[in-house]
Design a protein. Sequence first.
Length: 107
Amino acid sequence: MYVIVIITCPDNESAEKISGVILGQRLAACVNIAKDIKSFFWWGKRRKKIHSAEEMMLFVKTKQSLLRKLIREVKKVHPYSVPEIIALPIVGGSKEYTQWIEEETRN
């Protein structure tokens, strides 16, 4: 099975660093970086205040079998103490694209 992993980070430098780690270890076939994402979230000890932040969002295409290792490696270089790293199943797509994901990643 294939997944899209969504990762947010604070800036382009960290987005490119995370992308380099993921691709350098062949944990994904492709990483897209979307700029100018505005996030709103609860944060702090008592979570009584809504915060906001300008962020970057990474869309990572990979195999589900690589997810655990990908998360572990991203956490090593991610600047957040609680990084958003979530995976969504790819329930459909072109056979050629999913075959490409298979060929470009390794366990």
